[in-house]
Ligand binder design. Structure first.
Ligand code: ADP
Length: 346
């Protein structure tokens, strides 16, 4: 029942009560054979009616304020609603209280989410600025030196231009990684799930990274000869990206003259495990839980020397998890690391 309806109802009650009292008085007077003074009775009835109306209305108002006060005390984050929008039935009050509580929890969750996003944005911007500063200053340094006269020496000019170009390439790699991670973290990346032979993709990645591996004299190999294809269901280009990042890391942090071995194992009838194993420096167990975080590096200067953006493993984890698969790592300092992730068999 609405508040205004209740006031009409309370007036009606006052009227009925007054009528009942009048009838009782009349019956009493008739029984005691007392003379009835109609005017006095009407006056008394009017006074009674006004008094009852005031008492009932006041009582209702006090009751409503008490209940509303209780509700708003519970959810003190909410502003007061217009009373005319509130139902006064006790059950409806309970519903209202529950609704307001639900609304408060929802708002609280939204605020937490916004705070998280704000922190994320601040961290992200800080990290991005930090990452691009180094190559940017490198380019600027070489260009300024050339402007100041170094360009006159042909040999130095070529050397500095090549170095500036390498720094620009690094910048562009960082921007590509940033672009990819932003898409992954905002769920903007659509997966193109299809069936493909994972062995072929591994071989393609080996071919792609052959030059980098050669520079550190690292051998890239499969653990055995796979005479039959290993078909999986996934987004081929994204899984290729995962393998590029993992194999590239095995080269960057692998032992000079070492070996990177990729193997495919069966987990069960539905899943396979792809392993990328190196015999490099390994990772301390204290660093493992944070390894897949954006911009997390075990050895910061070494990672930058190797040209890493610190986003490689975060990208890998996002892609694997977007496929509803898992990724993990086992590592022993000084012996090497094995990164492994699951895929659905086709
Ligand atoms: P980065 O661009 O720095 O390589 P990643 O996200 O790919 O960023 O890796 C994060 C950190 O994890 C690296 O800085 C490195 O310290 C460590 N790491 C990754 N792969 C390996 C590996 N195979 N062996 C040892 N350390 C590794």
């Amino acid at each position: 029942m609405k508040i205004k309806n209740f006031f009409i109802f309370s007036i009606a009650i006052s009227f009925v009560l007054t009528l009942c009292i009048d009838v009782s008085i009349l019956i009493y007077m008739a029984a005691t054979k007392t003379t009835v003074h109609i005017q006095a009775l009407l006056l008394l009835s009017l006074a009674l009616f006004i008094l009852l109306s005031l008492i009932i209305n006041n009582g209702v108002e006090t009751y409503i304020n008490y209940r509303i006060g209780k509700i708003y005390k519970q959810v003190n984050t909410l502003k007061k609603k217009r009373i005319s929008n509130i139902n006064i039935n006790a059950d409806e009050f309970d519903f209202l209280a529950r609704d307001i509580l639900k609304y408060t929890y929802k708002k609280k969750r939204e605020i937490n989410k916004l705070n998280y996003r704000e922190n994320y944005r601040r961290d992200f911007l800080g990290n991005v600025a930090h990452e691009i500063k180094t190559p940017l200053f490198t380019v600027q340094g070489y260009l300024l030196t050339l402007i100041e006269g170094a360009a006159e020496d042909r040999e130095i000019r070529d050397k500095y231009l090549k170095r500036a170009n390498a720094a620009i390439e690094r910048l562009s790699e960082i921007v590509d990684d940033l672009d990819l991670i932003t898409k992954l973290e905002t769920n903007d990346l659509k997966l193109n799930i299809d069936t493909f032979n994972i062995i072929k993709v591994v071989q393609k990645v080996f071919d792609l990274l052959e030059m980098q591996a050669k520079k550190r004299n690292i051998k890239l190999t499969l653990d055995k000869f796979y005479d039959i294809p290993e078909f999986v269901m996934a987004d081929e280009s994204k899984i290729e990206q995962v393998l590029i990042n993992l194999v590239m890391n095995s080269i960057k942090y692998g032992k000079i003259g070492g070996t990177t071995v990729v193997s495919i194992e069966y987990v069960d009838d539905e899943k396979i495990l792809v392993k990328v194993k190196d015999n490099g420096e390994g990772i301390d167990k204290d660093n493992i839980p944070r390894l897949f975080e954006r911009f997390y590096r075990v050895d910061k200067s070494r990672s930058r020397d190797q040209g890493g953006s610190g986003l490689g493993l975060a990208i890998v984890k996002h892609i694997v998890e977007a496929h509803e698969q898992t990724i993990d790592v086992k590592s022993v300092v000084g012996s090497g690391s094995t990164f492994y992730f699951t895929l659905d068999k086709a």
